[in-house]
Design a protein around this ligand. Structure first.
Ligand code: PMP
Length: 299
């Protein structure tokens, strides 16, 4: 299926405080964000018209910008309301939501003190890639690129620049016939996939790497809470690369990926199992609750 280019679609995009026609949402080529990757973004999903964990995503967006040295010139309340309104403006109830903040055109050099900070929000339909066949799982290759140390890059920021590593890794994996790549960190320990966190089942317990140099994903935290609600043991720790073949189940967790089983990591094979299936069902039920119901559940 040919993808319709993103600049050849209709709808409305929120840009610096107002909605404009989708096709008019163009950026000047001499924008600092394009040349120096001085941008941060979010990836959110709306279910039944409610953006899941909206306040958490907006807070992370603002924090991502702060970690890159800029303040987004809108309150969190305004940003969240604009995300929600973008859905209604575009007539969508189940959708992916993409806010992005970037440095503008006022200065084009490594120094960017004079640049203005812009914010845009777009929404579009983007169902889970795996749909009904989800339990078959995805195949991951091993990335040769590693997640940088937290004193090498602001790794807690969802910064556009950090995705260069992800795109390189994903392209290499795709060229080898895999769907995504498993990334190690700068020490050689297990980190994450290119757009989702990773979980392993060892001896019936759920283990996930401590997020010291990658995003502590909102889905990751949600899945940990759901598992603990079911009295499952969840352990956050350093996971060595040579432990991977010992896992009985492996799954990914992220806003776009939701909860997705992993069928293989390079030569290691896994059979998606009961723990993954339970968490997929729990997550799918949770995201379709109202925000009030979600907070009442305390996950
Ligand atoms: N790691 C990376 C590199 C990601 O892009 C994402 C998706 N935002 C995640 C982890 C998972 O984060 P979340 O669950 O908050 O979407």
């Amino acid at each position: 299926m040919a993808l319709v280019p993103f600049d050849d679609r209709d709808g409305f995009i929120w840009w610096d405080g107002a909605f404009i026609p989708w096709r008019d949402a163009k950026l000047h080529v001499l924008s600092h964000g394009l040349h120096y990757a001085s941008g941060v973004f979010e990836g959110e999903r709306a279910y039944n018209g409610n953006i899941f964990k909206l306040a958490e995503h907006t807070a992370r967006l603002v924090e991502s910008g702060r970690l890159l040295g800029f303040d987004i010139p809108h309150s969190q309340e305004v940003i969240s309301a604009a995300c929600q309104e973008a859905l209604t403006r575009n007539g969508l109830v189940d959708a992916y939501v993409r806010p992005i903040a970037w440095r503008g055109t006022e200065q084009l050099s490594v120094s960017a003190q004079a640049t203005k900070i812009h914010l845009a929000i777009a929404v579009w339909a983007w169902p889970n890639l795996f749909g009904d066949n989800r339990m078959q799982g995805v195949r991951l290759g091993m990335a040769k690129w590693r997640r940088p140390a937290p004193d090498t890059a602001p790794t807690a920021s969802k910064a556009a620049g950090l995705y260069m590593i992800g795109t390189l890794s994903k392209h290499e994996a795709e060229a080898q016939g895999f769907s995504d790549a498993m990334m190690l960190d700068y020490k050689g320990d297990v980190a994450e996939a290119t757009g989702a966190n990773v979980f392993f089942v060892f001896d019936g317990e759920i283990h996930t790497p401590t997020p010291t140099c990658f995003l502590d994903g909102i889905t990751r935290r949600t899945v940990m809470a759901l598992a603990r609600k079911r009295q499952m043991t969840v352990v956050e720790r350093v996971i060595k690369a040579d432990e991977m073949p010992r896992a009985s189940e492996v799954f990914l967790a992220g806003t776009a990926a939701e909860v997705t089983p992993v069928r293989c990591i390079a030569d290691y094979q896994y059979t998606p199992g009961a723990i993954t299936e339970t968490l997929i069902k729990d997550y799918d039920a949770l995201v379709r609750m109202t925000p009030a119901e979600v907070s009442r559940l305390g996950v």
